[in-house]
Design a protein around this ligand. Sequence first.
Ligand code: PEB
Length: 169
Amino acid sequence: MRDAVTTLIRTYDNTGRYLDQNALNSIKSYFDSGLDRVKAAAVISANASEIVKAAGSQLFEQVPELIRPGGNAYTTRRYAACLRDMDYYLRYGSYALVAGNSDVLDERVLTGLRETYNSLGVPIGSTVIGIQIMKEIVKAKVAEAGVTDASVVEAPFDYMSRELSELSV
Ligand code: PEB
C-alpha cells in the first residue's frame, strides 16, 4: 500500500536518481493540498453513515428498478449488501484521499471486483452511478467545511468509477 510520497521515491530509487524538479513539484502539490485532504477525510469520517444513507436513497430514486422484484438490490439482504458496498467505497475513498494515491483502491477494492459483480449480476453501471452520487454529496459537505479545491475529493471516486467501468481484466 503506497501513498504519493512513497510512490515517487520508489520511482526515483528504481533508477538511482535524485529527486528532480518534477518530483519536487509533485511533492509540493501533495503537501500544499494536505490540509484539504485531512479536512475532507474528517468530514467523511464524521458523516459516513449519513452520506451512505443519502447516496443509497438517491441511487434507488434514480434507478428504481434496482429495488423492485428482480432488481439486484431487491430483498433486504441484497439491499443491505448494496449499502455495505457503498460504505466500502466511501471508506477506502477516504484512505486514498489522505494518501493522495489510488494504490489502496487497486489493492483492497478493485482487484477482482468486476468479476465478482459480473458473477453475482450486480450491475456495474448502477454501481458507478452510486459512486458518483456519493462523490457529489461528499463534495458539497466538504465545501461547507471550507475546502475550496474540490478536485482533491473527486479523484478517488472518479478513479473507482473509471476502473470499475473500463478495466477488463
Ligand atoms: C464487493 N459485493 C458483493 C459481494 C462482494 C462485493 C465480494 C459478494 C459477497 C457478499 O455479499 O458479501 N466486498 C465488496 C466490496 C469490497 C468487499 C466493494 C471491498 C473491500 O470486500 N447491488 C445493486 C447496486 C449495488 C449492489 C447497484 C451500489 O443493485 C451491490 C450497490 N453487492 C451488491 C449486492 C450484493 C453485493 C455483493 C446487491 C449482493 C448480491 C447477491 O448476493 O446476490
